[in-house]
Ligand binder design. Structure first.
Ligand SMILES: Cc1cc2nc3c(=O)[nH]c(=O)nc-3n(C[C@H](O)[C@H](O)[C@H](O)COP(=O)(O)O)c2cc1C
Length: 189
């Protein structure tokens, strides 16, 4: 069965980002595609050190747990990273993770090529579109395919547990998830 990995870049225990990914995950599964939600919470994600060793080892040599996430993404058909907006851009660790995931893919068997997905952002008030644009750069350079929704993949939420109050944003995420599932099914026909 096809599978999509969803990755949260929030450090919070009761994270809005994870609540949003649960809605996305249910929508993907409604199309008969399996999902797994992973999180960077509790991990100390380092930035790429440009050692180039991934070309030999086929995975990242930094020992902070991202290599296990990379292994799961490598086996999947879709990938959806989600980030809280911090000071107008994505929280740092999710960008560090994306840069390392991209470096391993490009340096080895280009496992991201034709993978379906797209970024999701959550913010209390500002910085959504620039954060989506920042994260979209990862998809475009790695040969990935982003389906649309009825709006951009953003949800407004501040306090923990408040994402569900943005009904319009959650509907956008639901439609996006359904489209990810539908597109994967089309590609695998
Ligand atoms: C250090 C920090 C910076 C933040 N910067 C922004 C910001 O620039 N714009 C905004 O709208 N919200 C900002 N927020 C609020 C978070 O994006 C918001 O609370 C979000 O729901 C957090 O998602 P999470 O619960 O998944 O961690 C910031 C929060 C923190 C802790």
């Amino acid at each position: 069965m096809a599978k999509v990995i969803l990755l949260s870049g929030s450090p919070r225990a009761n994270s809005n980002t994870v609540d949003i990914l649960k809605v996305c995950s249910e929508a993907i599964e409604s199309q008969g595609v399996e999902t797994e939600i992973l999180t960077l919470r509790g991990k100390k994600i380092q930035s790429c050190i440009a050692c180039g060793k991934c070309a030999e080892t086929k995975n990242c040599v930094l020992n902070d747990g991202l290599d296990e996430i990379i292994t799961k993404i490598r086996e999947a058909d879709g990938f959806i990273p989600a980030a809280p907006v911090y000071f107008g851009t994505a929280r740092g660790d999710i960008m560090a993770a994306l840069q390392r995931i991209g470096k391993v893919s490009r340096g080895t068997d280009k496992f991201l090529d034709w993978m379906v997905g797209g970024p999701i952002t959550v913010a209390r008030r500002g910085g959504q579109t620039i954060t989506l644009q920042e994260m979209t750069m990862f998809f475009a350079i790695n040969g990935m395919i982003i389906p649309g929704s009825n709006y951009w993949n953003m949800v407004f939420a501040g306090p923990e547990g408040s994402a569900k109050e943005d009904e319009e944003g959650m509907t956008t995420i639901k439609i996006f998830g359904e489209n990810v599932g539908k597109l994967i099914n089309k590609i695998k026909e």
